[in-house]
Design a protein around this ligand. Structure first.
Ligand code: KIV
Ligand code: ZN
Length: 536
């Protein structure tokens, strides 16, 4: 086993030329659909567009942009992504009904390369309890859904939901009908994250060997991570002959998530000796993609997350550090640069000007419009006045927060908190309630955070519950910025929706107020969208 670390790619490596048609693996990203589906990971319309354009640039082959029938917001996002994306195939999800398929067709029709992804449950437990249909009825539905989708587009993907718990003979019948009706991609998901790699491999081998015409379709893997095997299962499927991998940035998705795109890509690139396949992803953008999605969804990335976690390339123990100093290959199987983690070349501080800030942003992978740049620069200056060293992580937190709060209606204007041993602690808070209308209140609480949140509740009464409040320091030192995550959940009566938001500030209480308010903004926007949909 040779251990040459993966080096940064040259520009020509990013062209989408398969080395050969048989070893090319297509990356299907479903961050905007399966990823966004997970509780709390809601993205705004603008955030979705930004993520889609980034994925397109990074070399993702197929972008699943959403589930158009799910809401007006989803439909609008999928249609706009279809119009904007330059290279990737843009795909909309649909169930098996006429209205679903037509809505997906409408949403993707302006894409340069449109795809409809239509799915149906095939396992006995889903047929009986979820669909309440007989096996024969399900077969008829497969025929119908693929035929209808083919009336809209030539590129149709059919998925057998819960394929891994479906009787193999029945699964083969479903796949045969889907291919005969014109499906060009067949996806057999491990919907509940139950399979082991060997089982997943065998399922695909059997289906490919038994189904007449299987060579006409591209087979696809789609794995959930309930037992932590999503990436291993995906790679087993590829070994079995699948040439499309469905995955998400940071592995976000229903329950324990989906296979992480960055892990699948780097496994293939790093272990080409045992995984002799090619992907067209520019891996140097993986780190930025992770940060972008984390900022848009307000889902923090686990510190020890493979490839993109903040510790993924950190060497703490003396023995490891010593080894690294002697030769990086002692403890590194890929270089940080190969996934876009760069070493700081410009140290920023209060004397840094616009040009240096622009260069730094570029180094970190940001391309901001003029207004966003000015806003980020002003906030950087304010931060540099308060903090001696401004690290890359500080700048990332600051820019990401700007992106996440751009559309927020209500904003924190001022906060004064009295804390200490003599309770009750109190907070005086001024909010911009929208369109420049300011309101101020005072509230007390059991501690400064409680007082601050009580002040927000006084100004913005609501019934959502605080499901998570988490603080962490962006960098080291007592002057580090605090990054606060807040998750709010509506009660069942109000729809049971959940949102997460994040904010950073050198003052922990200000960061807390901003994060709480940002979550409320998201929740109200989400309720508004659903309300509009219901009244339509
Ligand atoms: O996990 C799953 O089965 C899905 C389908 C809709 C493809 O996400
Ligand atoms: Zn899924």
């Amino acid at each position: 086993m040779s251990q040459e670390p993966v080096q940064p790619e040259s520009a020509s490596d990013t062209k989408r030329q398969p080395a050969s048609s048989t070893d090319r693996v297509y990356i299907f990203d479903t961050t905007l659909r399966d990823g966004e589906q997970c509780p709390g990971a809601t993205m705004t319309f603008e955030e979705k567009l930004e993520v889609a354009e980034f994925l397109d640039d990074m070399g993702v082959d197929i972008i699943e942009a959403g589930f158009p029938i799910a809401s007006e917001g989803d439909f609008a996002a999928v249609s706009e992504i279809a119009r904007r994306v330059k290279r990737s195939v843009v795909c909309g999800l649909s169930r098996a009904g006429e209205a679903d398929i037509d809505r997906a067709g409408e949403a993707v029709k302006h894409a340069r390369r449109p795809r409809i992804h239509t799915f149906l449950s095939t396992s006995p437990v889903h047929r009986k309890y979820k669909l309440q249909k007989s096996a024969e009825q399900v077969l008829e539905m497969v025929q119908f859904q693929v035929t209808r989708a083919r009336n809209w587009v030539e590129d149709v993907e059919w998925s057998a939901e819960d394929a891994t718990r479906t009787e193999i003979d029945y699964l083969c019948r479903c796949v045969e009908i889907a291919i005969k009706a014109g499906a060009t991609t067949i996806n057999l998901p491990d919907t509940v994250g139950y399979a082991t790699p060997e089982e997943y491999y065998q399922m695909f081998r059997r289906v490919m060997e038994r189904v007449p015409g299987s060579e006409k379709a591209i087979f696809s893997v789609h794995c959930h991570n309930d037992l932590g095997m999503a990436v291993a299962n995906s790679l087993a499927g590829v070994r079995a002959g699948c040439r499309q991998v469905e995955c998400t940035i940071n592995g976000i998705g229903e329950r324990a998530g989906n296979a992480a795109l960055e892990e699948v890509v780097m496994a293939i690139k790093t272990r080409s000796d045992v995984l002799p396949y090619h992907v067209a992803i520019d891996a140097r953008q993986l780190n930025r993609a992770s940060k972008l999605v984390s900022a848009a969804t307000s889902f923090p990335v686990q510190y020890n997350k493979a490839i993109v976690g903040r510790n993924a390339f950190a060497h703490e123990s003396g023995i490891h550090q010593d080894g690294m100093l002697k030769h990086t290959q002692t403890y590194e199987i890929m270089t940080p640069e190969s996934v876009g983690v760069t070493k700081t070349s410009l140290v920023m501080g209060k004397h840094s000007g616009r040009n240096a800030f622009r260069v730094k942003l570029k180094e970190l992978g940001y391309e901001l419009g003029e207004n966003a740049f000015e806003d980020a620069f002003n906030r950087f200056k304010a931060l540099a006045d308060r903090k001696k060293h401004v690290y890359d992580e500080d700048i990332e937190a600051l820019v990401d927060e700007g992106i996440a709060t751009q559309q927020d209606r209500m904003k924190v204007v001022a906060l004064t908190v009295i804390a200490g041993t003599m309770g009750p602690q109190s907070a005086t808070l001024t909010l911009d309630m929208g369109e420049g209308v300011h309101q101020t209140v005072q509230a007390t609480g059991n501690g400064p955070v409680d007082a601050t949140f009580n002040a927000i509740v006084k100004l913005v009464p609501h019934s959502a519950t605080l499901a998570l409040y988490q603080v962490h320091a962006v960098t080291e030192g007592t002057d580090a910025q605090a990054e606060v995550s807040v998750r709010l959940e509506d009660d069942a009566e109000a729809g049971g929706r959940a949102v997460t938001a994040r904010a950073a500030d050198p003052d922990t209480l200000v960061a807390s107020a901003k994060a709480y308010l940002s979550a409320l903004n998201k929740l109200f926007a989400k309720r508004g969208r659903l309300h509009a949909q219901a009244s339509a």
